[in-house]
Design a binder for this molecule. Structure first.
Ligand SMILES: *Cc1c(COP(=O)(O)O)cnc(C)c1O
Length: 356
């Protein structure tokens, strides 16, 4: 059995989820006639405290649409320099929207209000792009799953709104954030104008995200989704999995957090691993390696049935519905064996051909 900690996107639907998908009532969603998609959108709007919501194919599409709704050609959107929108979304805002992202460095992925105000351009100066919006990420993936508190969200959003900016929230893992800081999802999302969250990460559905906002924003979002090729027809079979996730799989995120904690504390006790435990608030565990390259580490773990992600000497493990505490203990045994061999200089190099 492989222990796959590369991402929380690797879960596969269980029998119950497949049954719900198979028996979903469907219709043509481009006509707005898929009852299951409509139910999912109503549920998402309610959870996020917004007037409307739209089912989209991925978090990347949800973020792109959120940015397209909030900014136009030649305008700028402030984000942080390790944000997913800046790092991993193929420059969609620039390509599709003619929108420039303005990355700023943040200590833990959490911006402060002064930083946002400092980054706002002078509107009277024709040299400069017009700042239209700020995009924030909660939980913050590349900073190790750090969760913004409601007060942090409120402060940044208030600053942005006072400067006439809109706020988009990349809430790919907003349910993890709410659990970590002990508030409702709506407490966090109410500060943003648009928010996208993923059904296919910790919530364990196979496909999809939802973007939520005002009626006007979502009407515009619907046109962008159509343009991007995201208008799906009998999408209810997919939405059914998302609905089930919202109804039944939110509470179990606590297990993922507990498993991540167990993993992080175990890793912290292993020589050659540097980890900041204060950032392990949700289901993401990031750490750095000393004495072994990331490529070697990943390859040796893979050979022993443990898959992880990351780049260079930085590693990422993510817990999810397919992982239990036994897997975590086994993962720790594997990692500690790999690190011991590396320290003895006895990593079996012949076995390192597998690409990570
Ligand atoms: C995964 C992720 C996305 C994108 O979601 P996809 O469904 O993979 O396109 C956006 N933002 C963050 C923070 C993510 O972790």
């Amino acid at each position: 059995m492989v222990i796959d900690l590369r991402s929380d996107t690797v879960t596969v639907p269980d029998q119950r989820m497949l049954d719900v998908m198979r028996s979903a009532e469907v219709g043509d969603d481009v006509y707005g006639e898929d009852p299951t998609v409509n139910r999912l959108q109503e549920a998402a709007a309610e959870i996020s405290g917004k007037a409307a919501a739209l089912f989209v194919s991925s978090g990347t599409m949800g973020n792109l649409i959120g940015i397209l709704v909030s900014a136009g050609r030649g305008q700028e959107v402030i984000c942080d320099s390790l944000s997913h929108v800046f790092s991993f979304e193929a420059a969609g805002a620039a390509v599709v929207g003619g929108i420039q992202l303005r990355p700023i460095d943040t200590p833990r992925g959490v911006m402060n209000p002064a930083q946002v105000l400092d980054a706002v351009r002078d509107r009277r100066d024709p040299h400069q792009p017009v700042t239209a919006a700020v995009s924030i990420e909660n939980t913050h993936n590349q900073h190790g799953g750090v969760a913004w508190t409601e007060a942090e969200m409120a402060a940044v959003a208030a600053a942005a709104h006072s400067a006439g900016l809109r706020v988009h929230l990349d809430g790919a893992r907003i349910f993890n954030a709410a659990l970590a800081v002990g508030c409702s999802v709506a407490d966090l999302t109410r500060h943003a104008d648009t928010i996208q969250f993923c059904l296919s990460k910790g919530l364990a559905a196979p496909v999809g995200s939802v973007i939520c906002g005002s009626e006007e924003d979502i009407a515009q979002a619907r046109r962008w989704r159509k343009m991007l090729g995201g208008g799906m027809r009998q999408a209810g079979s997919l939405a059914a999995a998302g609905l089930l996730a919202l109804e039944e799989l939110v509470d179990r995120l606590a297990e993922d957090h507990a498993n991540a904690r167990l993993l992080a504390e175990g890793l912290a006790a292993i020589d050659g691993i540097a980890i900041d435990l204060s950032r392990v608030q949700t289901n993401i565990v990031r750490f750095e390696l000393e004495g072994i390259s990331g490529a070697e580490f990943r390859a040796e773990c893979r050979r022993q049935g443990l898959l992880g992600g990351g780049a260079g000497h930085r590693m990422r493990f993510v817990t999810h519905r397919g992982i239990d505490a036994t897997d975590i203990r086994r993962a720790l045994e594997i990692v500690s064996g790999v690190m011991r061999s590396a320290a003895r200089g006895s990593t079996p190099r012949s076995s390192l051909a597998t690409p990570s």
